[in-house]
Design a protein around this ligand. Structure first.
Ligand code: DGP
Ligand code: NA
Ligand code: NA
Length: 214
């Protein structure tokens, strides 16, 4: 009998929505259950492309809007094969941000010609998550959390637009089937519990249907 594949789980949300904390908690939880789990995040700032992105986000460098969009995308493609191999060999991959952020953050700039549909194109073909957990919080709430405002996109108008566009993705695009919305304005433990429930539900679908990674 072929061994069970791993799952691909993505976390999305505004800056300071609690993604990083909740990613870590889910990874720990799944490992305690005896699952093999790999934790990734995008942008992965450790690669040469990731370093260019990091310098852009911190304001040290400038990039033309199409160029930075494609660098973020390329940073995901750098790791696409690795994600596929992990999942195939039975390791679950938990990812902090993915192509949903890719579409929404660039589109939120409001540059002519850089709408959601254009932004999605270079991302087409990346392994598609079994579930995307969207941690929903208002920009005002997120802004009250520590460390806010240090990087390029951490401004209220930008974050408001990002949140609106995540809403558009959920309503009008193919991505809508993947996304589960979790109210992230609650306490850490409550959010964690809601995420675990959503994750279990997504597993059941994958396991009962034996679906391959899309
Ligand atoms: P983080 O390391 O998760 O705080 O992400 C850094 C910032 O970059 C954050 O404001 C979200 C943004 N971001 C993440 N992925 C993408 C992407 O693919 N494209 C664009 N334009 N921005 C992104
Ligand atoms: Na950030
Ligand atoms: Na984060």
């Amino acid at each position: 009998m072929a061994s069970k594949r791993g799952k691909l789980i993505v976390f999305e949300g505004l800056d300071r929505s609690g993604k990083s904390t909740q990613c870590e908690r889910l990874v720990t939880h799944l490992r305690h259950q005896g699952q093999k789990v790999e934790h990734m995040r995008f942008p992965d700032r450790t690669t040469p492309i990731g370093k260019m992105i990091s310098n852009y986000l911190s304001g040290q460098t400038q990039q033309e809007d199409h160029v930075i969009h494609l660098l973020f995308t390329a940073n995901r493609w750098e790791l696409a094969k690795a994600i596929e191999s992990f999942v195939k060999e039975g390791t679950t991959v938990v990812v902090d941000r993915y192509y949903y952020s890719g579409c929404v953050y660039t589109a939120a700039k409001g540059v002519s010609g850089l709408g959601l549909d254009w932004c999605r194109q270079p991302e087409v073909g990346l392994p598609r998550p079994d579930v995307c957990i969207f941690l929903d919080i208002a920009a005002e709430e997120a802004a009250k959390r520590g460390g806010y405002g240090e990087e390029r996109y951490e401004r209220k108008e930008m974050q408001d637009r990002v949140r609106e566009l995540f809403g558009e993705l959920r309503e009008h695009h193919d991505e809508r089937e993947d996304i589960v919305v979790i109210d992230a304005g609650r306490g850490v433990e409550d959010v964690e519990e809601a995420i675990q429930k959503a994750a279990v539900k997504a597993w059941d679908v994958v396991e009962q249907s034996g679906l391959p990674l899309r």
